[in-house]
Design a binder for this molecule. Structure first.
Ligand code: ADP
Length: 374
C-alpha cells in the first residue's frame, strides 16, 4: 500500500506528452508533471506559482479567458476545450484541455486539476489539408469555368459556321445547274469534291454543336422517361441509313429512364449510326439491343455484327477526334465522346467490348426507377 502514491507519481511523470497540473482555488499552479516542460518549455521553478493565464495568448488573457474557464469549472464541475495556447517562448500550441474542479467532502472547491494535450501537429496537418482542399476546389472551379467557356465558344462557333456552309452549298448547286454543262470532266470532278467537302464540314459542325449541347443542356430528368420513344426518334432520324444498308434491328422492351429524351435520342442515334457505318461489306447488318437490370441502373447493350475494334482502342475511341478505322469511312470522331458526356452526366457509364471481324457491343448504364417485373 505504501508505495502506491509513488507509482502513481512515476506514471504521471512518465506521461511527458501530456500536461497534468494541479491548481489552487485562485488558479495558480501548485503541482506539475514534466509534460509542462516538454510541451510548454517552463521549468518547475518558473511554472509553479504562476497563474493559469500565462498559458493563454495575450488577447485571451486580456479578455479574461482563463478566469472564465475556472469559474465555469467551479460552477459545472468540468470544462473541456480545444484552443490555441502559448508556450514559454510565445509560440502557439494548439491544445485539447480538460479542467476539473476538486471538491472536499463538504462540496467546497479546494482546487483544480487540468490535463492538456498538445495537438499542434494534428492541427497543422488539418490546416494543410484544408488549404490543399481549398486549392483543389479553386482549381476545379477554374477548370469548370474554362470548360464552360470552351463549350460556349464551340457552341457559338459551330452554330455560326452553319450559315456559310448552307449558303456555299446553295452556290455550288447554282453553279452546277447553271454552268455545269460548261465544265469539262475535271471541273465536274472538282464540283463533286467541293460537295463532299461541304458535306463533311456540315457533319463535323453538327457533331461539335451536339457535343457542346450535351455539356450544357439539362441531362437528368426528375421523372422517368420512356426510352422506347427516344429509340424510335433515333431510328426515324436514321431512316435513310437503315433503309440503304438494309439493317435488321431488334430490341428488348426498353425501360423508363431518368434522362431527358433529347440526349437519349442522341445517344441511341450515335451508337446505331456507328453500328451501321462500321459494318462488314460481306454480310447484312444485324443490330440487337439488349436490356439488363443492374440494381438501380439499367444496362443497355447495342450489339452489332460489324468490323469490330482492336482492344487497344477500347478506351481511346471515347475521346474526341479518336478514330481507329482511318478516313475512308466518313465521320467526325466526336460521336462517342458525346455519348460518354451524355451518359456520365446522367450518372451512368459507357464502355465497349469487341472482337475484330465479329462485331462490337457498346454498353451503357443509366439510372432507372425501382424494378417492377413485367
Ligand atoms: P466517328 O464519327 O468517326 O464515327 P465516333 O466518335 O462515333 O466517331 O467513333 C470513334 C471511332 O470508334 C470511329 O471512328 C470508329 O473507328 C470506332 N467505332 C465506333 N463505333 C464503332 C462500331 N460500332 N464498330 C466499329 N468501330 C466503331
Amino acid at each position: 500500500m505504501k508505495d502506491r502514491p509513488d507509482v502513481f507519481e512515476l506514471l504521471i511523470n512518465e506521461l511527458s506528452e501530456i500536461v497534468i497540473v494541479l491548481l489552487d482555488t485562485e488558479g495558480r499552479f501548485i503541482s506539475w508533471n514534466p509534460g509542462v516542460q516538454m510541451q510548454f518549455g517552463y521549468t518547475r521553478d518558473e511554472f509553479v506559482g504562476q497563474h493559469l493565464r500565462i498559458l493563454f495568448p495575450a488577447a485571451d488573457r486580456a479578455a479574461g479567458a482563463a478566469e472564465q474557464e475556472l469559474q465555469q469549472a467551479r460552477a459545472t464541475g468540468r470544462v473541456s476545450d480545444t484552443r490555441w495556447l502559448v508556450n514559454r517562448d510565445g509560440q502557439q500550441v494548439f491544445a485539447e484541455g480538460l479542467i476539473v474542479a476538486i471538491r472536499d467532502s463538504a462540496g467546497t472547491v479546494v482546487g483544480f486539476g487540468k490535463v492538456i494535450q498538445n495537438v499542434t501537429g494534428r492541427r497543422v496537418a488539418e490546416q494543410d489539408l484544408e488549404r490543399a482542399n481549398e486549392r483543389l476546389k479553386n482549381m476545379a472551379d477554374e477548370l469548370q469555368r474554362s470548360n464552360e467557356d470552351l463549350e460556349e465558344f464551340a457552341r457559338i462557333a459551330s452554330h455560326d459556321l452553319g450559315a456559310p456552309i448552307v449558303s456555299t452549298r446553295w452556290l455550288v448547286d447554282l453553279l452546277s445547274t447553271r454552268h455545269g454543262s460548261e465544265l469539262d470532266a475535271e471541273g465536274q470532278k472538282c464540283l463533286k469534291q467541293i460537295r463532299l467537302g461541304l458535306e463533311r464540314m456540315s457533319d463535323l459542325v453538327e457533331a461539335v454543336l451536339a457535343h457542346a449541347r450535351a455539356g450544357k443542356d439539362a441531362i437528368r430528368s426528375a421523372e422517368p422517361v420512356p426510352a422506347e420513344n427516344a429509340f424510335v426518334a433515333a431510328l426515324e432520324n436514321l431512316r435513310k441509313d437503315v433503309e440503304t444498308s438494309g439493317a435488321v434491328i431488334s430490341h428488348d422492351r426498353l425501360p423508363d429512364l431518368f434522362i431527358q429524351p433529347q440526349p437519349l435520342t442522341q445517344l441511341f442515334q450515335n451508337l446505331l449510326s456507328n453500328a451501321i457505318k462500321y459494318r462488314r461489306a460481306d454480310r447484312p447488318v444485324q443490330i440487337r439491343i439488349l436490356v439488363t437490370r443492374k440494381g438501380p441502373m439499367c444496362q443497355i447493350g447495342v450489339i452489332d455484327n460489324g468490323i469490330g475494334i482492336e482492344k487497344e482502342w477500347f478506351e481511346r475511341i471515347f475521346q474526341p477526334l479518336q478514330r481507329c478505322h482511318g478516313m475512308d469511312v466518313p465521320g467526325s470522331g466526336i460521336g462517342l465522346a458525346t455519348c460518354k458526356k451524355i451518359v456520365t452526366r446522367a450518372g451512368g457509364r459507357i464502355w465497349v467490348d469487341s472482337v475484330v471481324g465479329s462485331g462490337s457491343t457498346f454498353y451503357f448504364t443509366l439510372p432507372g426507377p425501382p424494378f417492377e417485373p413485367y
